[in-house]
Design a binder for this molecule. Structure first.
Ligand SMILES: [Zn+2]
Length: 333
């Protein structure tokens, strides 16, 4: 099932060992390799964040993100998500699609049609959501390629040559990494790198369990902790950029098309606006040179582009409060 991120994959930044490098992302025309900018000074004791950062929202695991809770349909979830994006005048938002199961499920088919009809975009997230760390480059590339007929079928005129790595795993060896990137370049893809990510999908399974038990207190805790975790990792992700790049960059926020993230989206948008964020399309944000970096470094466990640069150069992370993994696992069990 593509939708559920195993808890073992939580917080790749904690697994840090990894390294990275930065190399090119392929657009229709491959971008040149860009050297990694390493700040000359140590990280500041107090971070001064921009008053008006920018961000593109992106959604992974479309159209089947997370579990399908009692009485819910995929069409129901994606309709609420589209309505909320429309209410905030967010057009052309990217949803990264896994094609698995769509041919056999009218609910998934209609969900994808509604997403496209609403003016949203789709990108490639592989067919079956493999983890690159656990497979060969050859098998992984095959899984990307067999997802293309679905993208072409539902959005024949769309700009779907954007690739989001499942689990943000870009390769646990340099050879694997280069093999996949080479194929993506040759086939006209850009890599949809991420700068902000707070593991939003980890709240969806406990939400389903609490719904089934009518546990209102549990749901209230999920809502509160989701927002606290979002605020913490958005701040920390921005501070990481000061260390990795010497300045903040336009952001790409990874979210998942789950029932719970859809429920929380109004609060999340309010949080972002409250922190001064303005919304921009992915293609515009990805013009920033950071999104053309190739750390050219193995990063087992995966991570954002910022994480990759920090790890490659062995830079320290800002302090942060970790996700409440144990309580998420235990709640409503
Ligand atoms: Zn995914």
């Amino acid at each position: 099932m593509p939708s559920v991120t195993p808890i073992s994959r939580l917080l790749p930044r904690l697994l840090v060992c990894a390294a990275l490098s930065i190399a090119s992302q392929a657009a229709a025309a491959p971008a040149p390799r860009v050297a990694v900018a390493v700040p000359a000074k140590p990280a500041p004791a107090h971070y001064h964040l921009k008053r008006h950062p920018v961000v593109a929202l992106t959604f992974d695991d479309v159209p089947a993100g997370g579990g399908l809770h009692t009485g819910e349909t995929r069409v129901g979830i994606i309709t609420r998500l589209i309505n909320e994006l429309n209410a905030n005048h967010l057009k052309g938002v990217y949803g990264f699609v896994n094609g698995t199961g769509i041919d056999d499920d009218p609910d998934l088919q209609q969900s994808l049609r509604l997403w496209i009809a609403a003016g949203m975009n789709i990108g490639n997230h592989t067919f079956d959501h493999p983890a690159l760390d656990d497979t060969t480059a050859q098998a992984y590339i095959h899984d990307i390629a067999i997802n293309e007929p679905t993208l072409r079928k539902y959005d024949p005129g769309g700009d779907w040559h954007w690739f989001r790595y499942p689990y943000l795993e870009e390769g646990n060896t340099v050879e694997k990494r280069e093999a996949v990137r080479g194929w993506l370049r040759q086939h006209g893809y850009r890599i949809a790198e991420v700068t902000l990510n707070f593991q939003d999908d980890d709240w969806d399974d406990p939400y389903g369990r609490c719904l089934a038990k009518h546990d209102e207190a549990g749901i209230a805790w999920l809502k509160q902790s989701y927002m606290e975790n979002a605020a913490e990792f958005i701040r920390e992700g921005r501070e990481e950029q000061l260390i990795a790049f010497g300045h903040e960059v336009p952001n790409v926020l990874l979210l998942h098309e789950t029932d719970f993230t859809t429920l929380m989206l109004p609060s999340l948008v309010k949080l972002l606006r409250g922190e001064g964020f303005r919304f921009q399309p992915l293609a515009k944000i990805a013009r920033n040179p950071v999104y053309s970096l190739d750390p050219d470094f193995p990063n087992p466990g995966g991570g954002s582009i910022t994480n990759q640069v920090l790890d490659k150069h062995n830079l320290r992370y800002p302090p942060f409060k970790p996700e409440p993994v144990d309580k998420l696992n235990d709640l409503c069990n």
